[in-house]
Design a protein around this ligand. Structure first.
Ligand SMILES: [Zn+2]
Length: 181
């Protein structure tokens, strides 16, 4: 290839990329992380499932820490900021709201930008209670809110071996990674 032809292709490749910059990266990933404090007198809701427990998570909404991590991962992948930007905790509209409602709205926003949600993987960090018996129900709730198959949703749980604020039972944390296309 001579230099003029090389220049020609380089120039048009650049023009093409400029015009298609939004679509240039077909797959995008996002990460979400959240922690809430455990207090007496609140319901414990994780992944949209109510779990019998002495204490529940403190927050403006239902404080569903797992769903908040999923929301932030999705917003991050789509380049849409974070959950606090869209649903400020100073707005009385969101007081005690089910976080599943927020997740459904965020899933619609992500689809509205032309993306489809491929899979999500999550971890709950909690010393107690045991998550195992509720895992299937959480997976189902997340899959319905995201309008994807439960096979594309994974929910894991781990303790922190008694270490730190989570290990001492003062709070519950969650992380999520998502792939959109
Ligand atoms: Zn939160």
């Amino acid at each position: 290839m001579d230099i003029a032809t090389l220049y020609y292709f380089t120039y048009f490749d650049h023009q093409f990329r400029e015009a298609n910059s939004e679509k240039e990266f077909l797959m995008r990933t996002g990460i979400g992380y959240d922690v809430h404090r455990l207090v007496a007198g609140r319901k414990l809701v994780l992944g949209g499932t109510e779990i019998p427990n002495e204490k529940g998570l403190l927050g403006h909404s239902d404080a569903d820490v797992l769903i908040h991590a999923v929301c932030d991962a999705l917003l991050g992948a789509a380049g849409l900021g974070d959950i606090g930007l869209h649903f400020p905790d100073t707005d009385p509209k969101y007081k005690d709201i089910s976080s599943l409602t927020l997740l459904t709205q965020i899933s619609d926003m992500v689809r509205g930008k032309g993306f489809s949600i491929r899979n999500i993987d999550t971890i709950i960090f909690a010393e107690a209670p045991k998550i195992g018996p509720y895992r299937k129900s959480m997976k189902q709730n997340l899959a319905v809110a995201l309008n994807i198959s439960p096979a594309c949703v994974n929910v894991k749980a781990t303790t922190t071996e008694g270490l730190g604020v989570i290990g001492e039972g003062e709070g519950i944390g969650a992380m999520c990674v998502v792939l959109i296309e």
